[in-house]
Design a protein around this ligand. Structure first.
Ligand SMILES: C[S@@+](CC[C@H](N)C(=O)[O-])C[C@H]1O[C@@H](n2cnc3c(N)ncnc32)[C@H](O)[C@@H]1O
Length: 251
């Protein structure tokens, strides 16, 4: 099973760090507000954040009253940043691939993940492993790139534009073809996996989850007008998809 560690590539890491540290970015303005609205009460709870990156969410979970937070990530550079900037007494950062989470050896009240599952080859298998790490009444809240966004192979513009560059339509290609997409994005040979919406839903159900809520990324008209270069395309397509799940009784 291949595991890409692109965030330890210096150019990719620097590009991500710079955009994540901008006050206006997709993570803080689009992804995080929606994900956090879907979280249960964290007071005293144990949380696993899969693909914790630079630790912003882990720190926020700790600040929100979580009892214990474990952040795991495959990237040494991301974890070094997390430890330096987003530490707390009740946060443990571990270098661990999401494909290997069965080795963690404890269970959690909440499992979260933000924009990480695009990188897993066996999504259904990962869902089963996450289910096994959850207590009976635990919740699983995550986001990932929307399948409309990963239906892209890098050979055409993501948008059909007017002569002046205004985005007219979002382009979609090979939506029905699932699997690895290798594109030149920030670096040559960036890899992620495309799956259809029904594959995501069926993998969750097959792993023993009940889907309690599904959301698609939205941003306010005001933000879109204020930052047209960054958010102008969001009127045509949702960048991210979000799920909150519980364990199906008896599974
Ligand atoms: C888009 S970043 C998101 C980081 C963080 N969750 C956030 O919201 O800022 C994706 C993260 O997933 C991590 N990642 C990618 N593949 C992984 C794997 N196989 N196992 C664990 N982490 C992985 C990357 O190292 C990176 O930190």
């Amino acid at each position: 099973m291949s595991k890409q560690n692109i965030y330890d590539d210096s150019d990719f890491f620097e590009n991500f760090r710079r955009s994540r540290e901008q006050p206006v970015n997709f993570n803080d303005c689009v992804e995080t507000p929606i994900l956090f609205q879907m979280l249960p009460d964290l007071t005293g709870r144990s949380v696993l954040d899969i693909g914790c990156g630079m630790g912003q969410h882990a720190k926020q979970y700790s600040d929100m009253g979580a009892g214990y937070v474990m952040g795991i990530d495959i990237s040494e550079k991301m974890l070094a940043y997390a430890k330096e900037h987003n530490s707390a007494d009740n946060i443990v950062y571990r270098r661990l691939a999401m494909e290997d989470i069965e080795t963690i050896g404890r269970s959690f009240d909440l499992v979260t993940s933000s924009l990480v599952f695009d990188y897993v080859e066996d999504f259904a298998g990962l869902m089963r492993k996450i289910h096994n790490l959850m207590k009976d009444d635990a919740k699983f809240v995550f986001s990932m790139s929307h399948p409309i966004v990963t239906a892209w192979d890098g050979v055409y513009d993501r948008y059909t534009r007017t002569e002046t560059g205004e985005r007219l339509y979002a382009n979609l290609r090979n939506y029905c073809v699932e699997g690895k997409r290798k594109v030149d994005w920030v670096v040559n040979g960036y890899e992620c996996y495309h799956r259809t919406v029904s594959s995501l839903i069926n993998a969750l159900i097959g792993a023993g989850f009940t889907i309690e809520e599904c959301r698609e990324a939205r941003i306010s008209d005001d933000m879109r007008k204020q930052y047209p270069a960054l958010f102008g395309g969001t009127v045509h397509r949702p960048e991210f998809i979000f799920f909150r799940c519980g364990k199906t009784q008896g599974k």
